[in-house]
Design a protein around this ligand. Sequence first.
Ligand code: NAD
Length: 252
Amino acid sequence: MNTNIQALAEKIKAAKHITILSGAGISTESGIPDFRSATGFWSQGKSREELMSVDFLQAKPKEFWPIYKEIFQLKLQRNYHPNSGHIFLKQLEESGKRVSIITQNIDGLHQAAGSKEVYEVHGTLMTAHCPKCKQKYPLDYVMEQDIPRCSRQTGSEDTVCGFILHPDVVLFGAAIQHWEESITAALQADLMLIMGSSLYVGPINQLPLFVKRENQTPLYLVNRESTPYDDEFDGCIYGELREIIAQLNALM
Ligand code: NAD
């Protein structure tokens, strides 16, 4: 047994409040590819980052929507279900601990597992909104039309708002969400666990080192591969999350 796993299990058992920073790696077991392992998505000579940017959406909304649906495989979203990693976190919460999940994921699987305190700092795929009247629309509505438009009636019966919707995912060039709440929760916790993230995406990748500097909060990483910050962590457990979670469950 890896001594880091035993140490982490002891830390989890002793903690009253745990902050989780989760990334795409927690959802690969559910069938959703992460970005590191995927081949790049290029279209019209543009990178995924350029295509999924606020600038591209504003300049070419009709071209944006089909590419957005393709990159994030929107038609498959209803097929994905929480896996043992999401369920482990929900069970920790049920055991009486406060578990604050700061997630970079946009797939809604932490909430689907039943976790209550989830901060989706990069937004969500599950809804979109009208940039003009702010009306919210669920994923099913977004999938009904190639280029989804606002259908809210404006005054007389046969006129609708009609604006092309904006996704609720945080696009490149937009500010991340729930930043203040995430910092507050992370500073209140007595343990932080990073799960399934390459920690390449800022500014959220700075949060672990910030809480360590401010509060000496113990930091643990569970991930398939190393990250640029591993030297700063109290313990790093490398491997498949499914196997690591099974070992943690056996030790709890
Ligand atoms: P990332 O793709 O950069 O890194 C994922 C990390 O998880 C990698 O280090 C990889 O080795 C590891 N990993 C993958 N599968 C694993 C497994 N089964 N067990 C253990 N480790 C595993 O993801 P990121 O750090 O979250 O940043 C990328 C950005 O992409 C985020 O902003 C996120 O919003 C977005 N994204 C989200 C989803 C999703 O919602 N499920 C999927 C792809 C990308």
